[in-house]
Design a protein around this ligand. Structure first.
Ligand SMILES: [Zn+2]
Length: 375
């Protein structure tokens, strides 16, 4: 597909940013800086799967993989189970992706970690969830979002008493995943808001880590001392809502209060603002990344490029993307302007400034700006 000249410029600048060609070495001769790229929802089923069948398995990432491959750590939410297991969900939205090929395409596109705690991961029951983890393991893509549920115990409790099963489910934590990047051990946790899991309560929802304050607190406190930097991924909020809900704001802050540094949000299918909070960063929703939705706002996408200095945030840039034919590409001029205007408005409410720097948007705390309060 032909790219606009403007889009090609965005790609070039973004690639340079993620590769950090200008980073001067530290006095000790070692550069402590490295980069993280955060992306939103990746759905490899339905219309995306048809495109993959017509083209090739690299289709979804062909226009942007030069960016994600360059990042030291690229992270996204995988919204589609990778399985051939039959659907258990009564929902009309059927999203399963291919199996090993799809997992490999994520790895080839440079994705190091995907979150699995979302409202579609249990669509094909426990089998679908387990298959997905197996294919990701085979492809070398780390993942989190699964609880430590002993399903035999859960089933016997449920057969005896639904309250006992619920109490057991509510006592579960998210099992962490770890990766070491430039000598820094990065821990990952992933959670899904419980109301999104109600549909899956009879076919695998107990495997998905729940984004409630008790589960988040337990999981963060258990993982934080085993790593140098903790990233928490949240599938939360309401679809197509412009601003984060109060629940998103509270959970994001809770994760950072307890030791996380970066909060990676998704599910609303649209971009929401970014907040700097106590040395950490909360990206409330990165919208869709690979998806087959047709309307304008769900096709506005972005990569958030975070430059780290050791375990501290150094700088943050947003790379405006737009989804064309179900995959992201650097935004053309019109799309770039629309995303810039949207992010400015959304971020302002969170005390965050968005400043164009060439074709990128630099995202930084806005000095002296009052944030919208968390109720
Ligand atoms: Zn979702």
């Amino acid at each position: 597909m032909r790219m606009f000249p403007h889009a090609a410029a965005v790609l070039a600048v973004a690639a340079a940013l993620l590769a950090q060609p200008n980073a001067p070495p530290s006095p000790a001769g070692q550069d402590s800086r490295w980069t993280i790229a955060l992306a939103g929802d990746i759905m490899l089923g339905r219309g995306v799967k048809r495109q993959i069948e017509q083209h090739d398995r690299g289709y979804p990432f062909a226009q942007t993989c030069s960016l994600t491959v360059r990042a030291d750590l690229a992270i996204a939410n995988l919204e589609s189970p990778l399985t051939t297991a039959p659907y258990r969900t009564p929902s009309p939205w059927k999203f399963t992706g291919d199996t090993l090929d799809a997992a490999r395409s994520l790895a080839l596109a440079g994705f190091d970690y995907v979150s699995l705690a979302n409202n579609h991961m249990a669509d094909c029951g426990r089998d679908g969830f387990h298959h997905t983890m197996r294919w990701l393991d085979s492809a070398g893509v780390a993942h989190a979002g699964r609880t430590g549920c002993d399903t035999a115990r859960f089933d016997s409790l449920r057969a005896a008493d639904s309250l006992g099963a619920r109490a057991y489910r509510d006592s579960l934590s998210c099992l962490p995943a770890y990766r070491t990047v430039k000598g820094i051990k990065v821990g990952f946790l992933s959670f899904c808001e419980p109301y999104l899991l109600a549909i899956a309560r009879d076919y695998g929802g107990e495997l998905v880590a729940r984004a409630d304050s008790a589960t988040v607190a337990r999981s963060v406190m258990a993982a934080r001392d085993s790593c140098d930097l903790l990233v928490c991924s949240f599938h939360w909020g309401e679809e197509y809502r412009d601003h984060p809900t109060n629940i998103q704001r509270k959970l994001g802050r809770l994760a950072i209060d307890l030791g996380a540094r970066i909060v990676h949000g998704h599910h609303p299918h649209v971009l929401q603002g970014v907040e700097f909070y106590r040395g950490g960063l909360i990206a409330y929703s990165l919208g869709n990344y690979v998806f087959d939705q047709r309307h304008e706002r769900p096709r506005q996408s972005a990569l958030l490029a975070i430059k780290m200095d050791g375990t501290a945030l150094d700088s943050v840039a947003l790379l405006p993307l737009e989804i064309v034919a179900n995959r992201p590409q650097p935004a053309g001029k019109k799309g770039w302007r629309a995303i810039t205007a949207r992010m400015r408005k959304q971020c302002q409410r969170l005390g965050t400034a968005v400043e164009p720097a060439g074709s990128l948007l630099m995202v930084k705390p806005q000095a002296g700006k009052k944030k919208e309060p968390v109720k």
